[in-house]
Write a protein that binds this ligand. Structure first.
Ligand code: FES
Length: 259
């Protein structure tokens, strides 16, 4: 017999910009309309927030504290494409989160089958295909003026002197990288010298995940790690404005000088 969970967490990929979050938010709202009594929450594996541990905290806060240990929270991965290795690591994140909960506040945590393996997906796809075949040809759609060309600005390299690479891979996001990104971006926007010099770019995993959140500044090739809300902007300013690498946050030594 099927058992109804006490709370649902939709776990997706963050994508670029706000589109992925908006789309997942719409799915969450549809789920909430279908089951208004069940607490539900979004979480992101990468490039967006909240990360899984923070989302689990929020979901538990929406449940009665007195009997949390009797509750079942289901994490539904809605990641496309699905990456089994990433899901395995996210399960480790969930296990670490569980280990930090007191026994009386430790719910049962379950990962549901990932989206692309759901029963009923193939019939739903076939039904969608049948509906799509009745739609107008793509060339007949209105509202796509200028389809022959792309914006001229997409041919120009923006003015900059340095790249600042900010890792938004899954392990850095689980350590707070997505939550820190607005702080980094706002600090640059608010400072004309920084804005003039820097091109900020989000990246996927840069490999030294245990040192995250991670920021790399080129052309110097200096890697900074273990950044947080207090250290991020001072480390950036010390590097750019003070001309000094912050030794406390460097995650690898500078290259040896050649004779
Ligand atoms: S996720 Fe950032 S270095 Fe791997």
């Amino acid at each position: 017999m099927l058992e109804k969970p006490d709370a649902l967490l939709l776990l997706g990929r963050g994508g670029l910009g706000s589109a992925a979050k908006n789309e997942l938010q719409s799915l969450l709202q549809a789920c909430q309309q279908a089951d208004p009594g069940m607490p539900m929450q979004l979480a992101f594996a990468d490039r967006n927030q909240p990360a899984l541990p923070e989302a689990l905290d929020r979901l538990c806060a929406a449940l009665p504290a007195a009997d949390l240990a009797q509750r079942t929270l289901v994490i539904q991965p809605v990641m496309v494409p699905d990456e089994p290795a990433l899901r395995r690591w996210l399960q480790k994140v969930a296990m670490r989160w569980l280990s930090e909960q007191a026994d009386h506040a430790r719910p049962k945590l379950v990962f549901a089958q990932p989206l692309l393996q759901l029963d009923g997906l193939v019939p739903a796809l076939l039904k969608n295909l049948a509906q799509a075949a009745t739609l107008p040809d793509v060339a007949a759609e209105e509202g796509e003026e200028g389809w022959q060309t792309d914006p001229v600005a997409w041919s120009s390299v923006p003015a900059h002197q340095r790249h600042v690479l900010w890792c938004m891979g899954p392990r850095c996001v689980a350590k707070g990288a997505a939550a820190l990104w607005p702080r980094l971006s706002q600090a640059v926007q608010a400072s004309p010298p920084l804005k003039q010099q820097l091109m900020l770019l989000q990246t996927s995993c840069q490999y030294p995940c245990n040192q995250g959140p991670l920021m790399i500044i080129y052309p110097e090739g200096v890697w900074y790690g273990m950044l947080d809300a207090d250290s991020l902007v001072p480390v950036l300013k010390s590097h750019i404005e003070g001309g000094e690498a912050c030794a406390a946050h460097r995650v690898h030594p500078p290259p040896a000088a050649s004779d």
